[in-house]
Design a protein around this ligand. Sequence first.
Ligand SMILES: [Ca+2]
Ligand SMILES: [Ca+2]
Ligand SMILES: [Ca+2]
Ligand SMILES: [Ca+2]
Length: 301
Amino acid sequence: MFTQKHTSVSQPAGRRKVRANWHILSTLSLSALLAYAPLGHTQTIMPIPVADINSGANGSYPVFSIVYNNKLYFQADDGITGAELWVYDGSNSPSRVADIYSGANSSYPASLAVYNGKLYFRADNGTTGAELWVYDGSNPPSQVADIANINNSGFNSSYPDYFTVYNNKLYFQAEDIVGNELWVYDGSNPPSQVANIYNSGSNGSYPNYFTVYNNKLYFSAVDNTGQELWVYDGSSTSQVADISGSNNSRVANLTVYNGKLYFSADDGTTTGTELWVYDGSSLPSLVANINSSSGGDSDPD
Ligand SMILES: [Ca+2]
Ligand SMILES: [Ca+2]
Ligand SMILES: [Ca+2]
Ligand SMILES: [Ca+2]
């Protein structure tokens, strides 16, 4: 079933790209995007389904797409084997890469990322929980490690997420007995925890918004000072600034622009959540109080 409205599109030739914000487009058909190919200088493009993966009226809900080895990889549910890893080469019908959680159950492959010529993602095979998996493009996908059990946490899943390449290694957040913290994988040795940033029982720092800037890895992380801006220089982690003192700055949405690091934060005064900037050396500062009402958030994203 294909119910999306036809869309008229007119763009200069060569500038047409499939731009998919999957948060926004999660309800649209991936098939429509796949068929959204350059056809001429100006013309009406009518998206057509590439394949009816889950045949009939049920959707296959393709999500988490990424390009690897000139093919499009994504999670889809054919209605028989659950949500699994699929691939599309641009011409032949999409096909399932593997049924990682065997049978009708779903492995929910997610957070797909390319590192060192291989495709990494989180998946649940039904026995070891949601863990780190790898696919080399030809052999069946395999589990890299049962991270939740590396430190005998007793947990089922480590839920690795937000994979980011820095200094030729793969960084991500994952959970074990000391909480959700920063982990690293070098492509061969077992993954290891970089730091226990929120060093208090099983509290996690939930490192997120990983962004490489000035050869360092910046991210937001939580400890007893709230969610603030942190940095990893390849050897140790440290807090850049406690922007809001005892309050939670909710640092998020890190982006490099014009040689500086921009992000959203709340300084704990009446400013609200606004746009901040860091130049790599001075203390971070407020760029502008876009929503100037007392406590008003402009929520830059
Ligand atoms: Ca399955
Ligand atoms: Ca596990
Ligand atoms: Ca912790
Ligand atoms: Ca704080």
